[in-house]
Structures are given as C-alpha cells and as structure tokens.
Ligand binder design. Structure first.
Ligand SMILES: [Fe+2]
Length: 251
C-alpha cells in the first residue's frame, strides 16, 4: 500500500497495490464478457446485483479486506471530525463498462454524493491518448454546507451538458495548467478517494473498453434531496434490467 505521491497529508488518492488476485479479475471479466454484446443501460453504468456479488468475492481475499477496512475506518473518522452524519446505510455497488461509443460519459467533472469511493479497475481500455484514465483535481473543497453543495451540483450539471469537444478541451487545459492529474488505473490495484470533496472525471475511451467496479460509502445527506430522484430512478432502472437481462456470475 502506498499513498499517491501527489500529496502526503491527508492523501487525496490512496492506492493499494496488488490487492485483487489475477484469477478473480479473469473470472469477473469472463462474467461481463458473457453479456458484453447486450450490456445495458446506454450510459454503461449499472448498480446490478452482480456488482454486490463481486464485492463478496473480493472480500474473500485478505489484502482487499484489510484495505477496505482501513479505508472505511479512515473515512468514518474524517466524517466524525467534519461533523457529518453518515448513517449506517449499505454501500452502493456499481459496475461501469465504457467504450468509444459513450462520448457522453467522459470529461464529466463531478463530486460524488458519498464521501468514500473505492475504485477497482477490472479492465483497461487500449493504450491510446484517451484511454478512460481517471482525472482527479488537486484542490479539494473543505467546507461543504448543504446550500453550497446544491449550488455546486447545479453548476456542474450545467457544465456537463457542454459539447464533448469543449469538455475534453477543458480537461486537457486543466492538465496543462496543473490543476488536475491523470491517474492510470491498473487492474489488481484499489484506488481510494473522497469523491465528495474531490472533483473528478474520466478521459474518453478511444478504443477498447474500460471496466470498473465502484463502491460508494457514506452519504452525508448534503444534497438537499437533489441526488435522491436520479438515484431512485437508476435503482428502479437497474432492478428492471436485472430482471429482464441478468448478469450471471460464473460461480
Ligand atoms: Fe464519481
């Protein structure tokens, strides 16, 4: 395990190396290969039961289990210090499969609704200029009042509706200015960050397919309900998709 070398205290991004066995990666990718041709929904994001099942399989491996426990403990401590009431809800498990046809899913700068994000890359896209790498901004917001968070969310939603070419140009300009960093997410590693205070996005995927498993923990409830409607809609959509197009794990 090492902290990413961009910052030291506290780490903006923490990387736990080699915590996912290669064989398990192969099994998870084989499960996704089986439904690759018909993967829905169109945005490539799905909170399917399979994601929760993958989480169970990962937790059978001690290195991953230890890393997750450490990340959660650190995050809960941070929430206590910030005075956030994060409740005891279960994590949100999401699978993302993004290829070149999903331009609308890249260069979307945003903050997460949850304070802890665990990113588990399952498969990298082809190594081209744009391969879906994680873009993570250096400046983190520190005080997050609910009203301020809502205004920020609305502003980012408006920016996300900009044309792809402008969103992409902004990303590369910000990289050139040193406002953000490009992180190559390697399968086998675990990437941990606070997506609630850290602005982030992904590069476009020019060729191949980027697959990621994402765990979101601890919602401090500072969106004034703004995230509830889209989240409820996605949950309903994913349950319907699970019913009509199940993603079967190979066990
Ligand atoms: Fe995010």
């Amino acid at each position: 395990m090492r902290d990413h070398d961009i910052e030291t205290q506290p780490p903006r991004l923490q990387i736990f190396e080699n915590v996912v066995p290669g064989q398990l990666l192969e099994e998870m990718n084989a499960t996704l290969d089986a439904c690759r041709q018909s993967w829905r929904p169109a945005d490539g994001r799905r909170a399917t039961d399979t994601a929760a099942r993958f989480a169970e399989l990962l937790r059978r491996h001690a290195p991953f289990q230890v890393a997750e426990r450490q990340a959660c403990a650190r995050s809960r401590q941070g929430a206590r210090e910030a005075g956030w009431d994060i409740g005891r809800g279960p994590p949100l498990y999401v699978l993302r499969c993004v290829n070149g046809s999903l331009r609308g899913q890249s260069h979307l700068r945003h903050y997460d609704s949850h304070i802890l994000t665990l990113l588990i890359p399952l498969q990298q896209a082809a190594p081209t200029r744009e391969n879906g790498d994680l873009i993570i901004y250096r400046h983190r917001r520190d005080t997050v009042a609910a009203w301020k968070n809502v205004i920020t969310k609305v502003r980012l939603i408006l920016l996300r509706s900009l044309p792809f070419a402008i969103r992409r140009a902004l990303t590369f300009r910000h990289l050139a200015l040193g406002l953000c960093d490009r992180i190559a997410c390697v399968p086998g590693n675990l990437y941990v960050f606070n997506g609630f205070v850290t602005l982030h996005a992904n590069l476009h995927v020019e060729s191949g397919e980027r697959r990621s498993l994402i765990f979101h923990y601890y919602d401090p409830g500072l969106t004034a309900g703004l995230s509830h409607v889209p989240r409820a809609w996605r949950t309903l959509r994913d349950r319907l998709l699970d019913a009509i197009q199940p993603v079967r794990s190979g066990d």
